[in-house]
Unconditional design. Structure first.
Length: 375
C-alpha cells in the first residue's frame, strides 16, 4: 500500500510525504513492494491509529459481559472510528465475572475489519468505597496480588493496567509486590498528597481519568494531582468529551504534565455508537441523553464519545494543538502499555495502522488497518 499527498504526523508535527506499507507493517520507500493499493490523502492529515487504554464498551457490548461476539462488535466499531488498538476496562465485579471477561478477551482474534485487542485495564475492584462513581459498591474489595494473578492467568497475560486506591488496606503492599508485573494506576481514590507520592515512589505510574473520582487540588490539601505532576515518569489519563471536564481544566492538565505525559481516553460505555436510552453498566442502569450518561443518582457514568471524537473535541473545542492530541491518543498510550515498539507512530517496522483526517473538519476520511484500507 501507498498513501500519497498527505500531511503525515511525525511525532511533533506534520510533514508532506508518502507512506508505504507491506505485509501489515510500515516500510521505508526503499523496501516498498511494487503494485498494491494507492490511497490519495490530499487534504488530509495522516495520523497513527489511535490506542484507547480505558473504555468499557461500544456498539451494545461491554468487556465485562464476557461475550466473545460482543468483543468483535466492539472491535469493528472502534476500527471504523480510527481506534485500531483497544485495551478495554473491566469493572468492580465478582471474581468469577472478571474471570469470564478475561477468558473472552484471551480468545479474541480480530477479523480484517476489527481493532486489535492489545490488553485489558482492570479498573475495579481495588478502589475506595467512598469514591465508587458508577462502579458497584457491593463488590469493592482490598487489593490482592493473589486475585490479580489468578485473573492474569485467565487472561493469558493480557492485563496491562490495574487501578487501585492507595489509601486502602493492602494497597502499599500490592504496589510494592506488583509494580514490576503490571502498570499500576491510582483511581477512584480519597488519597492525600503524601499517600499518592508514596505510591508513585513505590512504582505506581499512572493517574486514572484525571480530576474524576479523586480529590481536587487545594492550596493546603494538594491531593494526588500535584504528586503525579512531580513524578516525571507518571502519566495522566483524561476524558476530553466536553462533558466530564471543563476545557480550561483540560488545557491546564496539558500544561502541568506536558503532552508527552497526557493520555486521551474515552471511558465509553456500551451505548457508544447507539441511540439515547437506558443501558447496563456493571449491573447498574445508565441513562444516555445526547453526550451525557448518568446513573440514577445523577452522577456521570462514563462517556458515549469514542476516542476519535474526544480527540476532535480536544482540538476543536478545547484549544489543544492537533499534534499534542494525536500524541496523547496514540504514542503515549502505546508507550504506557509497553507497545511503543509496535504501535503509536507511522514508522518503518510498526503495525501499519493509520487514519486519514480531513484537515478542515477532522472528520475521518479513511482508516488503514494492518496495511489494508477499511471499506
Amino acid at each position: 500500500m501507498r498513501i500519497i499527498n498527505g500531511s503525515v504526523f511525525v511525532g511533533e508535527g506534520f510533514v508532506k510525504r508518502d507512506v508505504f506499507a507491506a505485509d501489515g507493517r510500515f516500510v521505508g520507500e526503499a523496501a516498498r513492494a511494487e503494485g498494491g493499493q494507492t490511497v490519495d490523502a490530499a487534504g488530509c492529515c495522516v495520523i497513527p491509529g489511535l490506542v484507547d487504554l480505558h473504555f468499557h464498551g461500544s456498539a451494545g457490548a461491554d468487556i465485562s459481559d464476557g461475550d466473545l461476539a460482543g468483543l468483535h462488535r466492539m472491535g469493528a466499531y472502534e476500527a471504523s472510528r480510527g481506534v485500531t488498538a483497544m485495551c478495554p476496562a473491566t469493572m468492580t465485579l465478582p471474581e468469577d465475572v472478571l474471570v469470564r471477561a478475561a477468558q473472552a478477551a484471551a480468545a479474541y482474534e480480530p477479523a480484517a475489519d476489527e481493532a486489535a485487542l492489545v490488553g485489558i485495564n482492570m479498573e475495579g475492584p481495588f478502589i475506595s468505597p467512598s469514591k465508587v462513581g458508577a462502579q458497584n459498591p457491593d463488590y469493592v474489595r482490598n487489593p490482592s496480588a493473589e486475585e490479580f494473578r489468578r485473573l492474569q492467568e485467565a487472561a493469558g497475560g493480557l492485563f496491562k493496567l490495574v487501578d487501585i486506591a492507595p489509601e486502602e488496606p493492602g494497597a502499599e503492599e500490592f504496589i510494592r509486590e506488583m509494580a514490576n508485573e503490571v502498570r499500576i494506576s491510582l483511581a477512584h481514590t480519597c488519597t492525600d498528597y503524601d499517600t499518592a507520592a508514596r505510591a508513585f515512589e513505590l512504582g505506581a505510574r499512572q493517574l486514572t481519568h484525571l480530576y474524576n473520582a479523586m480529590d481536587p487540588m487545594h492550596h493546603r490539601k494538594p491531593g494526588p494531582i500535584p504528586a503525579a505532576v512531580e513524578h516525571g515518569e507518571v502519566t495522566a489519563e483524561i476524558i476530553a468529551d466536553g462533558v466530564h471536564i471543563h476545557p480550561a481544566m483540560v488545557r491546564l492538565a496539558f500544561q502541568l504534565f506536558g503532552d508527552d505525559r497526557m493520555i486521551l481516553i474515552s471511558d465509553t460505555l456500551r451505548a457508544a455508537g447507539l441511540e439515547d436510552g437506558t443501558y447496563d453498566l456493571g449491573g447498574q442502569d445508565v441513562t444516555v441523553r445526547g453526550p451525557v450518561a448518568t446513573i440514577d443518582n445523577g452522577a456521570l457514568a462514563g462517556s458515549v464519545s469514542d476516542l476519535m471524537r474526544c480527540l476532535t473535541v480536544a482540538v476543536r473545542d478545547m484549544g489543544i494543538p492537533l499534534a499534542s492530541a494525536v500524541k496523547a491518543a496514540s504514542a503515549n498510550p502505546a508507550r504506557a502499555l509497553g507497545l511503543d515498539a509496535e504501535r503509536g507512530a507511522i514508522e518503518p517496522g510498526k503495525v501499519a495502522d493509520a487514519v486519514l483526517l480531513d484537515k478542515e473538519t477532522l472528520d475521518v476520511r479513511a482508516v488503514v488497518l494492518r496495511g489494508e484500507l477499511l471499506a
